[in-house]
Design a protein around this ligand. Structure first.
Ligand code: ZN
Length: 199
């Protein structure tokens, strides 16, 4: 099992996905919704839906090896506008948007593209945006011994767009900051200015 998969299981205590049981559950849901799952048009739907959920709830395996910060780089590293998709745990509907992930290196550094992988690791789950934000920041805090960490997520929730208040286009912004990006006014301001979510 990959290191990423291990940490994912540790954080969320997931069980393995049972595709056959998921298919049957989708069939049952269709019946409960007054639809005929054996009709020509819906016959393949349970299999497709089960497969789609399994895919949306499984992060691709990848290597999140960190490296010693030999150069002693101590300025902000920021990956902006990382696209992500996740599933709202309250409605099983997607929420999606962009993540801005930054840190001020301390002991360890991580390849730039890996910042997007950390977001994916926690996004491919039944989530709430607040927890997703703190999990990404917490992972960086734990694995990089950074001087500071900042994570901002901007997302549209389909459970708010398609139903309920039907607030199409409304974006929810969440942030989690640690260390210098929390306590040092200049660093904090620089981070939020660079993410375009100045406050
Ligand atoms: Zn929801």
């Amino acid at each position: 099992m990959s290191p990423a998969a291990v940490s994912h299981l540790r954080v969320n205590g997931d069980q393995a996905i049972d595709l056959t049981a998921a298919e049957q559950a989708v069939r049952d849901l269709l019946v409960a919704l007054g639809r005929n799952p054996f009709s020509e048009h819906l016959a393949e739907t349970p299999r497709r839906v089960a497969g789609a959920f399994a895919e949306m709830l499984t992060a691709d395996p990848f290597d999140l090896t960190t490296f010693a910060n030999d150069e002693g780089y101590d300025e902000l590293v920021l990956a902006r506008d990382i696209p992500f998709e996740s599933l709202c745990q309250h409605h099983l509907l997607p929420f999606h948007g962009v993540a801005h992930v930054g840190y001020v290196p301390g002991g360890r550094i991580l390849g730039l593209s890996k910042l997007a992988r950390v977001v994916e690791l926690f996004a491919r789950d039944l989530q709430v945006q607040e927890r997703l934000t703190t999990q990404v920041a917490g992972w960086l805090q734990e694995h990089l011994e950074p001087l500071g960490v900042g994570v901002v997520l901007e997302a549209e929730h389909l459970c708010m767009s398609l139903r309920g208040v039907r607030a199409t286009g409304a974006r929810t912004v969440t942030s989690a900051v640690h260390g210098l990006l929390r306590d040092d006014a200049r660093s904090r301001q620089e981070f939020f200015a660079l993410t375009g979510t100045c406050r």
